[in-house]
Design a binder for this molecule. Structure first.
Ligand code: GTP
Ligand code: MG
Length: 368
């Protein structure tokens, strides 16, 4: 009998490293001869994550305009499309980082409706250790408002596996403290460490999910009013622009200047950034420059650089911060124009959308 394809969902707050970790898992499956289909998700179109994954030559379907739980039909459609194109052995799905209650609204309904077609894995929730230390009271530093923190903690509460990612950034003493805290507060979950960037402990995490089924259990209690208010405190900006010059220009330099300037401006306004990410990819070829920032007081990182100068390319900016979305858009556009002037490139904004996520209204909510 043919084995059923497996559905693996990896959640966690904005910027925790979900896309990076899914890419690692995808490569691991591919190395073993298994076909992989990836599903990304966002409240709107123009996704850095899709651009990133596609640049690594994986089949990707994106679900935009709402989260998996509210667009359950689109999730199963995406799986069908991938099946037609790729016949994946494994589906790897990344829900929106401000979402929670995914076990009740996605995993349980998938098991009930499509349990014959897919095997479902335990639900992993990734965390960024510095963000987690602040939220769990192990360290001081700027964080989010209580209702956003409510969502963060609900994400941990429903995890079958809590993955402490970016372990490469933490020393042993802090790791021990954080693991002890998580184990004490979230006894239901298995807790593992990971460096998605370097691949450390990838096998240990994979063993907990790749051939293990979603455990039996019951949906957690959650107050949808607080959840909705928490989400609506976050400002979302998705911006796509065409960037060109009369001759070849340094795309890495342009992206770095824009990103650095925007970071400085957001810091001056005192906004807490959950995740600022941007890519610049030439229209010709498959190269890409990627920049990320996961806290206002962190340092911006260029996780991928363009190998050569470019003449024209597409800039995608995704910003999620606790701030007024209109303000985020106005600031980003002003910084973009200013950088373009200084770097002597032309910028033509193709799409700009700023909003607060709407109230989550799940298609299904199964209690077990
Ligand atoms: N040092 C370190 N950085 C990491 C690791 N994993 C991810 N990152 C970085 O963390 C940032 C966010 O990573 P993403 O994978 O985009 O995070 P995400 O959870 O998918 O973010 P959203 O889709 O916005 O919710 C990027 O700069 C990554 O390079 C890791 O293991 N170590
Ligand atoms: Mg992502």
């Amino acid at each position: 009998m043919a084995t059923k394809p497996r559905y693996i969902m990896v959640g966690g707050f904005l910027g925790a490293g979900k896309t990076t970790a899914l890419l690692r898992l995808a490569e691991r499956f591919r190395d073993r001869g298994q076909r992989v289909g990836l599903i990304t998700n966002d409240q709107s179109v123009g996704l850095v994550d899709t651009a990133m994954l596609a640049a690594h030559d994986f089949a990707v379907e994106e679900i935009t305009g709402g989260c998996f739980c509210c667009k359950f039909g689109s999730l199963t459609e995406a799986a069908e499309k991938l099946t037609e194109a790729e016949k994946p052995d494994v589906f790897l799905a990344e829900p929106v980082g401000s979402c929670t209650d995914l076990t009740a609204t996605v995993s349980y309904p998938l098991r009930r409706l499509y349990g014959d077609a897919f095997s479902l894995s335990p639900f992993s929730v990734l965390i960024d250790p510095v963000r987690a230390e602040r939220i769990l009271g192990l360290a001081s530093g700027k964080s989010f408002s209580p209702k956003v923190v409510y969502i963060y903690k609900k994400q941990l509460e429903e995890a079958d596996v809590i993955v402490v990612n970016k372990i490469d950034t933490l020393d042993d003493a802090r790791t021990t403290k954080l693991l002890a805290k998580l184990t004490a507060e979230y006894p239901k979950a298995k807790v593992v460490t990971l460096s998605a960037r370097h691949g450390t402990n990838l096998d240990a995490w994979a063993e907990l999910i790749e051939a293990v089924d979603l455990p039996a259990g019951t949906a957690m209690d959650i107050d949808y009013d607080t959840y909705a208010e928490g989400e609506s405190l976050l400002g979302w900006l998705n911006l796509t622009a065409n960037v060109s010059a009369h001759g070849p220009f340094d795309g890495n330099g342009f992206l770095g200047a824009f990103f650095g300037q925007l970071h400085g401006t957001l810091r001056e306004h005192g906004f807490e950034i959950a995740h600022l990410k941007a890519t610049l990819s030439p229209y010709e070829g498959a190269d890409i420059a990627v920049m990320n920032l996961v806290r206002t007081d962190a340092t911006a990182e260029a996780s991928h650089e363009l190998a050569d100068e470019i003449e024209a390319g597409e800039l995608i900016v995704n910003l999620r911060a606790e701030a007024d979305p209109e303000m985020l858009q106005a600031l980003a556009l002003a910084v973009l124009n200013e950088t373009a002037g200084l770097q002597k490139v032309e910028v033509d904004v193709e799409h700009a959308e700023a909003f607060r996520p709407g109230r989550p209204v799940p298609t299904h909510r199964d209690l077990k």
